[in-house]
Structure formats: structure tokens, C-alpha cells
Write a protein that binds this ligand. Sequence first.
Ligand SMILES: Nc1nc2c(ncn2[C@@H]2O[C@H](COP(=O)(O)OP(=O)(O)OP(=O)(O)O)[C@@H](O)[C@H]2O)c(=O)[nH]1
Ligand SMILES: [Mg+2]
Ligand SMILES: [Zn+2]
Length: 388
Amino acid sequence: MTGSSWRISRVDRTRVLVVPDLGAGGVPAAVDRVARTGGRFGDGEATIGARNGPGEAAPAPAAATAPAAPVGVGLRPGGVLPAVVGDDVTPAVGDRLVTAPGHRPGDPDRFLVAPRTGELLRDTVDRTSRSQVVAANVDVVLVVEPLDPSPSIGRVERLVTLAWRSGASPVVVLTKTDLVHDTAHWLADLAAAAPGVPVRAVSATTGDGVAELLRLVEPGATLVAVGRSGAGKSTLVNALVGEDVMATGERRGDGKGRHTTTHRELVDLALPDGGRAWLIDTPGLRAVGLVADEESVEATFAEVADLAAGCRFGDCRHEREPGCAVVAALEEGTLSERRYAAYRAQLREAHHAAVRADARLAAAQRTDWKRRTVAMREHHRVTGKGRR
Ligand SMILES: Nc1nc2c(ncn2[C@@H]2O[C@H](COP(=O)(O)OP(=O)(O)OP(=O)(O)O)[C@@H](O)[C@H]2O)c(=O)[nH]1
Ligand SMILES: [Mg+2]
Ligand SMILES: [Zn+2]
């Protein structure tokens, strides 16, 4: 007998809402194996998937199963849940929870967070705290950017880097094609700003391009929509799902105003071929603080990284070094000044983020050391040791 697998669909202050998981094939997932150690099964390992153990009956296809109502699971003090492996974790939307065989719903201690395959991170405004997990276990990041008002190529480049960093694949989705005349040139510009990344244009109003986008989705996949407020993320989620599952905002000409979506939410997505997938809607990002590394920046600027391979010096900074292939391309005009500047800016930011992360780590270690020193003094006071 196996336990079951769940996904976190929403995180509230004191609890998370969980829904039954769909495995790799988009069918309900069971926990293949949970190794028990002593009375707790937190020390062992769990593998999760739609695959069945030997001799087990195949689960019913998800298409035949109505999406079950979410179940509330209380959080532990500090807003954490126990993990399958290691310390308690702060849960994120998209996290997989596993339950042991014989689990009774409503028994919170029986839910354990499975190891994440990836995290979509954003930098927090408060730079002393760590970066925030926007979503966990994501396969595809939909970088949603409106065609009206005009797209910001820089914002798309930053979100694409964020996506690469998460271990997921980005897809750029240009929304509101019904409001503009010329989509073709934007499609070309954005394709050049994200080499190797699919770029699609849709209108949720007319339904244009929605079916084509849906066809890209693989059964069992987890998608997350990110982008500025008013980009049309929730409207796109509703168009893909074919039902108004998320509230959408009033359109304002200036694109400003209050954020409509205020929480992250995972919804069930029925695919045309009968499979199912997951879709996470998120609140609009005010500014995109890059939590990036050099590799994810170089994935976004793949053509610049290719050029850099031709520089005379391996540690070329592409400034004034002789034999620099990047500067040569700039002079020839095959690389644009804008693209070059954006590449340099992202690299700089990735470097600063790394330095900040190191500083945070050092600060955390100092705090821990202080705590232990205080605890040690307390101990001495109580036992009288070392106080003569
Ligand atoms: N004409 C047109 N309007 C659209 C389209 N998609 C979205 N909108 C409008 O744009 C406005 C913002 O859409 P939302 O889906 O709420 O935007 P959002 O990205 O979810 O915004 P936040 O939740 O604040 O982050 C709404 O008034 C939508 O009706 C589209 O394809 N065409
Ligand atoms: Mg929204
Ligand atoms: Zn160079």
C-alpha cells in the first residue's frame, strides 16, 4: 500500500491548502516509497511519481477524476512544515507533500514536504533577509508581458534570467494582441532578446493564440505565470483553464493602479488531449530583483556568451581588452548597445547578489554564534561552572 502525494495550492498565515497531486503523466500520484526510520518517517527518502510499484493497479486517469476540494493543513510555529529530509521548511506554492500509508486527512503531522526539484526565487525588498521562494517545483515559467502599453524588453530579459535560474524553461507570452496592429515586430524583437526561448502572442479577449499555447504544455507539468501588474496573468490563467478561477483587474490606460492578485495560487489545468497540468498565478512584480548567477545570465544572453568564447583572453571583461570579440561585434553593429548594456548590468547585479548572499550567511553565522555564547553563559550561571 502506498501513501499519497499532494501539492500546495495556496499558503495562508497559519495553514496551507493542499490538493491531490498529479504525477508525471498528469494522473494522480502515489508515493512509491517512503522509508521509515523509527517512529518518524522524516529521516528516510521518498520518491514521488505517477509510476506504480510492481503489482500495483494503475491509478485512474486524472481526466476522469473531478478536481478534489482543497484540504487545510496547519503550519507549525514559525510557519513551517516538517520535511521528508532535513530541517523543517517554509512551504511555498507548488511544494509536494507526501503522506504515509494509512494517512488520515486532518492529521497535520502526517504531511511532509518532499525535496524540491527547483525554486523560483525573487529578491526580497528587505535586503537583510533571504530571497523569497515564489514557487517550488516549476517546469515552465510563463514570462507574461503586455503588448499594450508597449513591452519592456529589459523586464522580459530579467524575468527570463530568473526563470533559467529556477531550473525551469521560460516561455515568453505577449498578451493583448487585440489592442495593437503590429505583433510581428515585437515577436521578432523579443525572440532576439531571449535566444532559444519560445515567444508566443495571445489575446485572452479574442482567444487568439490560447489553444497554441496550451498545446505546448506537457501532461503533469507545473507552470507559473510571472510579470508586472496588469500584464494579464490572471486573465491568461482563466483563458487557459477555460473558466474564471482567478479574479482579474480593471484595465487602466496607464497600466498603474492596485495589484489585483494578492496571493500565489496553484490551479488545475485540463489539457486538450485529456491530460492535466498545474498552473500557478502570482501577484505582479513591482521590480525584479535578480537572484541570478553567471550561468543564468549567460543563458539569457546566449549570443553574447557565444561571442565571448572568441575573445583573446579567457578572463576578458569585454571593455577595452585587445582581441575582444564582443566589442568587435558592437563596432560592427551585429550586437546592439542596448543588449550589451543589459548583459553587463545583469552580470553586475548577479555579482552583487552573490556578495549580499555571502554577507547574509556571515551575519546568520554571527547571530548563531552569539546565541550559543549567551546559552553557554546561562548554562554556567545555572550550574555555577566556571564562576569561581
Ligand atoms: N484587451 C485585452 N485586455 C486584456 C487582455 N488580457 C488581460 N486584459 C485586461 O488587462 C487587465 C489586467 O489583467 P489581469 O489579468 O488582472 O492582470 P494581472 O497580470 O493578473 O495583474 P495583477 O494581478 O495585478 O498582477 C484586465 O482589465 C484585463 O481584462 C487581452 O488579451 N486583451
Ligand atoms: Mg492577477
Ligand atoms: Zn571580450
